[in-house]
Design a binder for this molecule. Structure first.
Ligand code: AVI
Length: 334
């Protein structure tokens, strides 16, 4: 994985900061320039993404909402099979909008489970926890402010013995996997697979290939929220690394390539300019129209998903899709 390993003995934000510094240093001195999309999610970026999920063009969230809503009973049956209690570990929980459908159903059915939301944004995790405690005061919740990779690593270091341990159900919703390269995606699922025991499950979301215009519009919304989300990365670098990006001198550009299934986001320099990044002691020249590649949002085929399951040590046991076949939520069984 390209994710830098994080030394847990050090202060969280400090280490994440140096991770940002390293990646900005390498990403902006190479050609073409690039910045990893995982840095989108500071508190402002997480807030903007939560707004994006309500956009009319951003069909992903509605499609997945429909899938979870339609299949909540079946999902509980799978998660609680053999009457075993289960632990619902949600990687990148955000505002938990879609997960709340499941929590509501599981709670009403008196399911025996604990909810473990994990998110890199402290504000997101605080808001989600407060909201859940208000809605379901008795629901067992163990919130974690952490990154996915740390959280997964901890799974395998659990102290509870295998016989007594609840079934682990890892939720990785919203096509987050689409933001990984194919190798990263395979390694990510392999790492999860190695931390799980037979019978444990992963419920994961994949955005499917469809009419390219539908996908293109989802990343070019008319309100300009995706644009603000992309540009916020520069604002973050200004704030956290003392840079002087002029946000009005960069534009948002998105393209979807139907042959590769990749939607790619770029920031485009609207003029020749030089940006200084104080904490890196670095000046970065930009040519007129030069791009920074900031994100890939990969769209999948059913064959591609089945192959990913197989390559990472899982069996694809259940396939759920919305009525338009835009999105799929899939169960990978260890
Ligand atoms: C979080 N991730 C799945 C989103 C996506 O669709 O790739 C992030 C996003 N980028 C632009 N709009 C939404």
């Amino acid at each position: 994985l390209s994710m830098t390993k994080i030394d847990s003995s050090l202060n969280d934000s400090l280490v994440l900061q140096s991770d940002l510094a390293n990646e900005v240093g390498t990403g902006l001195t190479q050609t073409p320039k690039r910045l990893p999309s995982r840095f989108f999610y500071d508190d402002e970026g997480s807030r903007l993404f939560a707004e994006i999920m309500h956009l009319p063009e951003y069909y992903l969230t509605r499609s997945e909402y429909e899938i979870l809503d339609t299949n909540q009973a079946e999902l509980l049956r799978l998660f609680a099979a053999d009457g075993r209690p289960f632990e619902l570990i949600e990687l990148g929980a955000g505002d938990g909008l879609k997960t709340k459908i499941l929590l509501n159903h599981f709670w009403s059915q008196q399911a025996d489970f604990t909810y473990v939301p994990v998110d890199i944004s402290q504000a997101a995790i605080d808001n989600l926890t407060a909201d859940i405690r208000k809605k379901w005061p008795q629901l067992a919740i163990q919130p974690r402010h952490d990154d996915y990779f740390n959280a997964i690593e901890q799974l395998s270091n659990r102290s509870d013995s295998l016989q007594n341990r609840p079934r682990l159900v890892v939720l990785f919703l919203g096509s987050n996997i689409g933001n990984f390269s194919p190798t990263e995606a395979r390694d990510f699922f392999r790492q999860i697979s190695q931390s799980l025991q037979p019978g444990d499950l992963v419920l994961t979301g994949f955005d499917l290939q469809k009419h390219p215009a539908v996908i293109h519009a989802a990343y070019n919304d008319r309100q300009g929220l995706t644009r603000a989300f992309n540009l916020n990365l520069l604002r973050r670098i200004n704030r956290e690394l003392g840079a002087n990006f002029d946000l009005s001198a960069f534009d948002h550009y998105e393209m979807y390539h139907p042959e590769t299934g990749e939607a790619r986001s770029y920031l485009v320099s609207q003029k020749e300019q030089t940006v200084a990044i104080r904490d890196l002691n670095l000046t970065v020249p930009f040519g007129y129209g030069e791009i920074i590649h900031t994100e890939i949002s990969r769209k999948f085929t059913r064959e591609g998903i089945a192959q990913l399951a197989e390559q990472s040590g899982f069996e694809l046991t259940n396939w759920f899709t919305d009525c338009k076949h835009y999105f799929a939520d899939v169960i990978f069984r260890k």
